[in-house]
Design a protein around this ligand. Sequence first.
Ligand code: FAD
Length: 374
Amino acid sequence: MPFWSRSKPPPEPEPLPPHRAKVVVIGAGQAGLSTAYYLKRLGIEPPDDLVVLDRGPGTGGAWQFRWEALRLGSAHRVNDLPGMQELGLSFETADRKRPAKDVVAEYYRLYEEHFELAVRRPVEVTRVFNRELDLVVATEGGQEYIADAVVNATGTWGAPFVPWYPGLNTFAGRIVHTSDYRQAEDFEGQDVVVVGGGTSAIGFLLELEHTAKSLTWVSRRPIDFLDEGELDIEARRQAVEQQDEAARAGRALPSIVSGTGVARTRRIQAGIERGVLDRREMFKAIEPDGVRFSDGSLQHADAIIFATGFRPELRHLSPLRLREKTGGVTVGNGAAYRDPRIFFAGYGPQASTIGANRAGRMIARQVVAQLSKF
Ligand code: FAD
């Protein structure tokens, strides 16, 4: 036996000394950046008092992972971050020919630099927990932050949702969720089934029109195509109210799309007229070769794309036991009912770029009010 194999194992690395901060913001997407901006304006400054952590490799929040063909335009609109006009930037005038993922990543980077938000990345938060009176935010790298308040702004991208259908695990083809979708070429010459009633499903169908061999579109409910003016006001207000009610009652959050319908843009109207956007009722079961409808017919499929949405990503908060038996976390005015030191930005009714902006302002004020109680 060589002498080195008998030597003692190397000592465990010394744990890093904890960093004490007033506020830790987890996530640097629209919600986290907007909250950090307002906190800074209220005098809570990075990098010591305010720590912003993000596990992504670059700027852009979830947008950095969106697929190549996604563009900002009529179906996808990003609201300007608060204070962004100071940089002479606006998403309204951004280049619509460039992938949205690149535009958003670039604008967020300029924003972070301009306002010196000192986001630390890639840093994954693995657990938030109580150690006696301390609220501890632990990261994968072994660093701990002890915070007076935590703002969770982790979005939904990391928690894709695929509903269960009989036979799902027997399917011999590819199951792809929105979060795995990269480009149309991956489906060249294939029979593709697209599941879902929102803008992502529609975007995939239009993108695959000339690449896939066949396209079948299914959704649980018929699609409510609405003229853009109609869509914005009443339907959106109701959908946001439903989300708000669920968050306040600690229930699992309902789907936004089923509440708002889909804007009938010119591109979508043309797709309807060409017959690409011809939705069928949901299939009954999945089989190794395809999907079986209730009339007994089988649609062959090489791939099923689930554009079926996301759930809030809250795993790292589980030691805090904030979840209710009803499936959600009770959140009112941005704070968790079960622990007023934990705030949620971009959660439920705030899950859009405009909602995230508003959340940032409201939560920053609430955080400062909470800190004044110490
Ligand atoms: P995100 O942008 O997801 O940011 C969350 C951040 O948290 C990420 O950077 C992530 O890395 C980080 N994070 C997560 N977990 C951890 C952890 N444990 N530790 C450290 N960091 C973590 N809304 C619109 O207003 N307009 C649109 O056009 C639009 N299009 C959309 C298209 C798609 C396909 C999807 C899925 C959503 C879309 N949305 C849109 C809604 C979406 O809610 C907004 O895009 C908004 O940008 C979300 O911002 P956010 O800050 O809440 O989340």
